[in-house]
Design a protein around this ligand. Structure first.
Ligand code: MN
Length: 358
């Protein structure tokens, strides 16, 4: 495995771990498999070292992750604010996983800001803000879970990774790489996969539960979005899907239900980028995906003040869904130059209605 970690930082972290006994682990709002997998993974490992550890999340994690060992033990800020505040106050160390800015904790940010104990950041998002005492930031890494495994190994703790910790870490790697189909060029990832399988992880079960299974409503909402709401902009090799609140409610929308929709148009031959706009209670959630390094993070940043990875980015728009869509479409020409030199043909035609009037 390539040695990428700064030994001095790892030593500093090692020393810090030796000195403390009560540790809070936290992650970003609307946590995903990588956020929950990394925090719970560290929890299981640190408990093996005799630490008193608790995972505090800004809001509920998706049901699809409830199979993870330790899931029911997480403290959820939106449900138990005072309790979470107490946990942060009493912590001797806070380990922040899978986010680059304190604002990613949403309303829970205050607890981190007010917390005086040392902080360690373990993350793979670009441009981390320097709020932590020790910063493990690797934007090229497939997932925070992959990075966590590397740090654990470098700390000499590989033998302490039990099946519970391994299951959590593998889950984050699987969800962030879509079962090793994106962001996984590095051969190291497969060595880590091997090490985790050696711990007894059931990879097929993780893929099924964390990545594939969904509710009937979520499946039908996606089908509706693709068949009725997909707009293709042939000139720009781009696509937009908009869903308003009423449409989501019709399909009994639950948090996380629309997660995969933004990816689907990029599966069409020649579609270079895809935007998904969903009307939420107080804003429009914008998510964007692309293929072949088309910079949707630049689009999200310039147009909506958002950000993210080159091929996976997002933003929030405080205005109407139709204004959001309009702003986006009007800005397409500005990014057309990124398409220069691309030769892929777009596979697109208008589907005729059958007009069956029997
Ligand atoms: Mn992640």
């Amino acid at each position: 495995m390539d040695k990428i970690l700064d030994t001095r930082k790892v030593d500093k972290f090692d020393k810090l771990l030796d000195e403390v006994s009560s540790i809070v682990l936290t992650c970003h709002v609307r946590p995903d498999g990588d956020a929950i997998g990394s925090t719970l993974g560290w929890m299981h490992l640190l408990e093996r070292l005799g630490k008193s550890v608790v995972v505090v999340v800004p809001d509920n994690a998706p049901k699809s992750l409830s199979f993870l060992p330790g899931f029911d033990r997480m403290a959820v800020f939106t449900r138990h604010e005072e309790y979470c505040e107490k946990l942060f106050k009493e912590a001797e160390l806070v380990i922040c996983c899978d986010f680059n800015q304190p604002s990613r904790l949403d309303r829970m940010q205050r607890l981190l800001d007010e917390c005086l104990c040392p902080k360690v950041l373990i993350d793979h998002h670009v441009e981390p803000s320097p709020f932590a005492d020790i910063l493990f930031s690797f934007p090229d890494m497939s997932s925070t879970c992959e990075l966590s495994f590397r740090i654990m190994a470098e700390l000499g703790l590989y033998s302490e990774i039990n099946l519970e910790a391994a299951t959590c870490i593998l889950t984050g790697m699987i969800t962030d790489t879509k079962n090793f189909t994106v962001n996984c060029k590095s051969p190291d990832i497969y060595e880590i996969l091997q090490r985790l399988l050696e711990k007894g992880c059931d990879k097929n079960r993780i893929v099924r539960l964390a990545l594939m299974e969904k509710s009937y409503g979520a499946m039908m909402l996606e089908a509706y979005a693709l068949s009725r709401k997909l707009e293709i902009f042939p000139e720009y090799h781009g696509s937009i899907i908009c869903l308003d609140k009423e449409e989501c409610e019709r399909f009994h929308y639950e948090k996380g239900d629309t997660e995969g929709i933004v990816n689907r148009p990029t599966e069409i031959r020649g579609v270079t980028f895809s935007f998904f706009l969903r009307e939420d209670s107080d804003c429009v959630k914008v998510s964007a995906r692309s293929v072949m390094d088309f910079p949707v993070n630049a689009m999200c940043k310039d147009i909506f003040g958002g950000g993210g990875h080159v091929m996976a980015a997002g933003a929030e728009f405080y205005g109407s869904l139709s204004d959001c869509r309009k702003m986006l479409i009007e800005s397409f020409p500005k990014y057309a130059h990124y398409l220069k030199g691309r030769t892929e043909k777009l596979d697109y035609f208008e589907v005729k209605d059958s007009n069956n009037n029997d």
